[in-house]
Design a protein around this ligand. Structure first.
Ligand SMILES: C[S@@+](CC[C@H](N)C(=O)[O-])C[C@H]1O[C@@H](n2cnc3c(N)ncnc32)[C@H](O)[C@@H]1O
Length: 263
């Protein structure tokens, strides 16, 4: 059982170790990082092996990780699991039933009707916002552009397929882009008259271009996979909406486009 002081362990697979720049660390940092992160050895065991304190090993692993992440942020390295497993919150949100006033506390086909979801999204909005698959729910934000391919949705500013939104808006035009599409074809057929996004990954690529440096892309779906696995983005928040024992959780991710400044 791990003690609290051992919780600097991050990542597990040897193959995830960033060989090309691990070798640039000092020998001690590299040794401890390899043992704890790559080898799955507990910091206290590694400390025993080397005849040092556990806190020394934890500090070394943390320093090595910080250096590696810094190199990744500087665009000099390839992201790997360590980058993606650090520095952001994952919140498990049990969700279901109805509120006292009858409004849904479960995720309905209009995802943001539920205040447990809507409030979380709104906390990450600032500046100019694009709600790319706006649906029926209006997010309470002063500067929001609503797009939906289905012209029956209320108060639309544009009625485009998300895949073609870059024809309407300039790259970097938004400080936040919200992407809540039908998650799959079955959902589209059951709830949205079969209207769907034909290639969610390609659409995400397009929407990512519309985000200004320093802005966020907020995405809902069946998977935790998001733009955070690309260079130039970092994960900020993930929610797992837990709907019950026999239905899949809904994932939502908030990723920030890294702002580069010239020193
Ligand atoms: C999950 S619902 C959005 C719900 C919305 N967030 C809400 O809370 O009301 C998905 C929406 O995506 C729209 N949609 C489906 N395919 C689209 C596409 N290719 N381009 C733009 N919108 C699309 C649907 O019409 C539907 O309104």
């Amino acid at each position: 059982m791990s003690s609290k002081s051992e919780q600097c362990t991050i990542g597990t697979a040897e193959s995830d170790l960033p060989e090309d720049y691990l070798s640039e660390l000092s020998e001690t940092l590299e040794t401890d990082y390899r043992a704890v992160v790559g080898g799955g050895v507990s910091p206290s065991k590694q400390a025993d092996r080397r005849g040092v304190n556990t806190s020394t090993v934890c500090t070394n692993v943390k320093r090595a990780t910080t250096k590696i992440i810094q190199r990744w942020r500087d665009g000099q390295a390839t992201p790997h699991s360590t980058d993606q497993s650090k520095g952001y919150d994952i919140e498990l949100v049990p969700i279901g039933g109805r509120n006292a006033d009858g409004s849904p506390a479960a995720i309905s086909k209009w995802t943001f009707e539920t205040d447990l979801v809507r409030n979380r999204v709104c906390d990450h909005l600032s500046g100019r916002v694009l709600n790319a698959c706006a649906g029926r729910t209006e997010l309470p934000h002063p500067n929001i552009v609503r797009n939906d391919i289905n012209g029956e949705m209320p108060n639309l500013d544009s009625q485009q397929d998300v895949a073609t939104l870059r024809e309407c808006y300039q790259d970097g035009a938004f400080d936040a882009v919200v992407f809540d599409p039908p998650f799959d074809l079955t959902q589209a057929e059951t709830h949205y008259e079969g209207i769907h996004v034909s290639d969610i990954t390609a659409a995400r690529d397009e929407l990512a271009e519309l985000v200004a440096p320093g802005g966020v892309l907020i995405e809902f779906g069946w998977s935790s996979h998001s733009v955070s696995s690309w260079r130039g983005w970092e994960p900020e928040q993930m929610w797992l909406f837990q709907r019950g024992p026999t239905v899949p959780d809904v994932f939502a991710t908030v990723d920030r486009k890294i702002q580069r400044t010239l020193l």
